[in-house]
Design a protein around this ligand. Structure first.
Ligand SMILES: Cc1cc2nc3c(=O)[nH]c(=O)nc-3n(C[C@H](O)[C@H](O)[C@H](O)COP(=O)(O)OP(=O)(O)OC[C@H]3O[C@@H](n4cnc5c(N)ncnc54)[C@H](O)[C@@H]3O)c2cc1C
Length: 361
């Protein structure tokens, strides 16, 4: 194939790898710079397991990579308000689990192997620095995920979050849960696949040990699960302003979560990272189509952002009240109604950028 020029990508996470594969297939010499010492994404979080709604076949077709070996149908995902459980209608929600990191079963391993086969050049231990910004070559793609320093150096609005994480091997797979409590602004959740789990209790405010202990007690009481080690971490999400999503920023092409392609309600980021890996590559060789696709994927962002900030965060502190309402209405009845609504095509405020029942395209 003819050499169509060079492309430079910062960030060898999932979206950076997808952009690299697409550009290599389209005849570009691709160099990927990654601040970590190897592939597998950010070592603060990975290995990890994630849960998302996704239409795997349509997503694979759009990005031109069969990612189905890395996605596993979710079997069980209770949603708790304190101890009151609602079982969402998983059969109509396209819910899957996926592993990140450098283990053989991860999505990153599948993508990295494909990129290597296509001759993509990797430079590890090679971070983007503020002093590099003035001299970045044409066709530079930024795929730096949730790293606060990247948002700061590029002047991208972001929200800082704090979380307790735990991860490791476990004797079950394709099980998740979500726990809502007033001690945090977001939620506690576990995701598992390939006999590995990732657990995160997170909030936009600092979380004290008492909140972690409350979550740990809930986990043992309701799910019979306990972990030995927890670590306190912090990160960035592009959920600071209703206009966060951007394909171009100061002459650079934005890719993955840092482009703002994230569901502003639950902060699901996997689907947006997958599809914007492709749109970022397309921005190099078909700018018009890339912009159209990027805008279509992210058209629900503003609505979801406004809903979360103007309505949800006002209701959010009253978990006891919501729990009582749920009990009065009946969790089974609500799950059934939600399932019927989704089958009829109802859209929910957590609009995922990409192809899924909860998605936008
Ligand atoms: C703890 C946690 C749990 C999550 N759970 C879920 C979930 O269950 N479901 C869901 O849908 N989403 C979830 N998300 C969001 C989702 O995982 C991310 O949005 C998505 O993986 C980001 O993909 P990406 O390609 O944009 O970035 P990443 O895959 O994170 O890759 C970014 C890469 O850039 C590198 N990098 C950073 N700074 C630099 C620099 N200066 N120079 C060079 N390289 C750099 C990093 O080391 C990393 O390798 C979660 C996120 C986190 C952090």
């Amino acid at each position: 194939m003819a050499n169509n020029g060079n492309a430079t990508i910062y960030g060898a996470g999932m979206s950076g790898l997808i952009a690299a594969i697409d550009l290599a297939r389209n005849g570009y010499e691709v160099a990927v710079h990654e601040r970590e010492k190897g592939f597998g994404g950010d070592s603060i979080y990975n290995p990890s397991t994630h849960t998302t709604s996704i239409d795997v076949a349509r997503t694979s077709e759009y990005i031109g990579i069969d990612v189905s070996p890395a996605f596993h149908p979710l079997k069980y995902c209770p949603f708790y308000l304190h101890d009151t459980m609602l079982e969402p209608p998983l059969d109509v929600m396209d819910m899957y689990t996926v592993e990140r990191g450098n283990r053989p079963t991860s999505l990153d391993t599948l993508l990295y192997n494909e990129a290597k086969k296509l001759g993509v050049r990797f430079e590890f231990d090679s971070p983007l620095r503020k002093e590099d910004l003035a001299d970045l070559p044409e066709n530079t793609i930024i795929a730096c995920g949730l790293t606060p320093s990247a948002y700061e150096m590029l002047d991208i609005p972001y929200l800082r979050w704090y979380g307790w994480i735990s991860r490791g091997e476990i004797g079950f797979s394709n099980v998740s849960w979500i726990w809502i409590d007033e001690s945090i602004s977001e939620y506690g959740y576990l995701s598992s696949c390939n006999n590995y789990y990732f657990n995160l209790l997170f909030s936009i405010r600092h979380i004290d040990r008492a909140a972690l202990e409350k979550y740990q007690e809930f986990m043992v009481r309701r799910e019979g699960v306990e972990h030995d080690e927890w670590q306190y971490v912090s990160g960035a999400v592009p959920i600071a302003r209703p206009d966060n999503p951007r394909l171009f920023h100061n002459g650079l092409i934005m890719c993955g979560t840092i482009s703002g392609a994230m569901d502003p309600f639950f902060w699901f980021g996997i689907l947006g990272a997958l599809v914007t890996g492709k749109t970022a590559a397309m921005a190099v060789y078909d700018r018009t189509r890339a912009l159209e696709d990027f805008e279509r994927f992210n058209r629900g962002f503003k609505q979801g952002f406004v809903f979360k900030n103007s309505i949800w965060y006002r209701i959010r502190p009253h978990v006891g009240l919501m729990e009582r309402q749920l009990r009065l209405f009946g969790p089974e009845r609500l799950a059934k109604m939600a399932g019927m609504g989704m089958q009829r095509g109802s859209k929910f405020p957590f609009n995922l950028p990409g192809f899924s029942q909860l998605g936008n395209y």
